[in-house]
Design a protein around this ligand. Sequence first.
Ligand SMILES: *Cc1c(COP(=O)(O)O)cnc(C)c1O
Length: 447
Amino acid sequence: MYDEREIDALKRALERLSEANPTLPVFESSVDWERIGTVLDQAAERMHDNYPYHHPLYAGQMLKPPHPVARLAYALSLWVNPNNHALDGGRASSAMEKELIPRMASMWGWDECLGHLTGGGTMANLEALWVAGQLHPGRSIAGSSQAHYTHSRISSVLGLRYEAIDAAPDGRMDTNKLETALASGDVGTVVVTMGSTGLGAVDPLPEILELRQRYDFRIHADAAYGGYFTLASGLRDDTRSAFDALGAADSIVIDPHKHGLQPYGCGSVLFRDPGVGRFYKHGSPYTYFSSTELHLGEISLECSRPGAAAVALWATMELLPPEPGGEFAAMLDASLDAARALHRALTDSSLFSPVHAPELDIVVYAVTAASSSAASNLARQVFAAAAEKDLHLALIDLPAEDCVAAVPGMLCDSDTLSCLRSTLMKPEHTDWVDEIVARLSAARRSI
Ligand SMILES: *Cc1c(COP(=O)(O)O)cnc(C)c1O
């Protein structure tokens, strides 16, 4: 779980950090090291009660371990504890955040933009929809039925109407249904999901862009989970075309704490038109004294934010630049390969039936059974039996009628079908697919 070399690297970096401010007089603070040690041991024991997220046999929810460089840079910065709200609270880490935003935007070809880190994808999407509402007051937000549930909730917080557009059985937005909504309603903004949280489905952005030639609406791309896949080389053609069109969106949300190897607390929102900065204007009398340079709090809804998140992401991007063909991109291709290998193995198995071909790194599969209700019961039992064998999966409920065709001979006798879901986010997963399938099959046979 941890490597002693991490602690050596952190110690060296902390010594380097301590060389700052050599003229300050030394002061002592009183700390009871013995009690700290005891309490830390207690905390470590309490933390035993977790799934083994770091291990490739954790193949369930969308949880990816941070890269050691991210973890260490984050920890290093805690000895300063910078606040990226204002330059007063975090000069160096604000500068790092301002450097990394254009590097992120270069993934989809933007030369100029306005953007910043956020506490996560929810806050980032809230800002994007808030700006959308400022630009199109009174008009609605539309997103697919497979969009993250946060969009309807955020719309309600912002007092904007939200319309759910049916997704096709493959999980992607049905653009005919979208056109009906655009023609009859007053849609101001379409949320395009670039990798849905449930199935990893990528909405057909090129077709949605064609609709924009006939209807006037904003496009917000929710790429919280899927955005980094634009760097991968092995996407299938329609997915590739969707990512190639990403630069045409008006705003983009991408979560470095999903696929960007960061600890939690790191989302981001970027706007194509830097002019939207005007909406953030406020007259705080107490925060900004130190300079006339941009304070990130002037372009962000959140006030205090951890500068540590910027230091960690900056360090990660130095080590693993987000470029096609690079080491980081290869990690995403490894996840795609792992998902395809698992999908192939399950297609060949008589015990399980994948319900769709994975577009990104999420594989969703039913337990093969005579009816959807029996398959749903079995999925819950396999979930528990696999955990007994140290294989950790996730569950997802899907509309049963969308899935029956994928499961040979299955009768549809329930509204929903519970399926098993595996997100293969770790590059190491490619080497573990056989072991995952072996344990999964053993879990099914044990019932
Ligand atoms: C995870 C996710 C969100 C929510 O982001 P948080 O970082 O969990 O707040 C929004 N949209 C999509 C597509 C996601 O996958």
